[in-house]
Design a protein around this ligand. Structure first.
Ligand SMILES: [Zn+2]
Length: 172
């Protein structure tokens, strides 16, 4: 059961309308971790982060998506993590607005895909639109298991993981 706190002070608008939810998960081969979600009813501020109970070393995790089944592999991404897909020249860098989440490879790819979809929608330049369209085709191929890509997750807090025997974990 998640722990919930209501009417906390919001760090953005200072109204006492912040809802704090903390859920703990016991993840095999990773251990216990906590997902904290903040939602402000007043200014719609939203943030989330994930932290592992155990202190882990900074790590660089490489995972190759080769087949459809790989999409189901669980991913823990903390707010401090950088995620890269070099082959697609895409990355998610950590910053003041980055969030942490628990997902799977499919969910992670979907977040990248959303960036491209938004670019395609908002771009005025036809060449950018075309580039985005081609990139979306690649995502589709990855989802079908027709295109292999490497996902690289770097986290200096050690709070991130890709839960597969195939994942290569190195010290950062
Ligand atoms: Zn607020």
């Amino acid at each position: 059961m998640p722990d919930k706190l209501n009417k906390e002070k919001c760090p953005v608008c200072n109204e006492k309308e912040l809802e704090l939810t903390e859920t703990s998960y016991n993840i095999p081969h990773f251990g216990k971790c906590f997902l904290m979600v903040m939602n402000c009813q007043a200014c719609k501020y939203h943030s989330s982060d994930i932290q592992s109970e155990e202190v882990k070393p900074p790590s660089k995790i490489t995972f190759e998506v080769e087949k459809k089944e790989d999409l189901n592999v669980r991913v823990i991404k903390s707010a401090e993590a950088n995620v890269k897909i070099p082959q697609l020249r895409m990355s998610m860098e950590s910053g003041p607005n980055s969030i942490g989440f628990l997902t799977n490879v499919e969910g992670l790819l979907r977040r990248f895909k959303k960036i491209v979809e938004d670019q395609k929608e908002s771009a005025e330049d036809p060449s950018i639109k075309k580039k985005a369209k081609n990139l979306l085709k690649k995502f589709w191929k990855i989802e079908c298991g027709d295109l292999k890509v490497k996902i690289i997750l770097e986290d200096h807090t050690g709070n991130s993981a890709i839960l597969s025997d195939k994942a290569i974990v190195k010290k950062l």
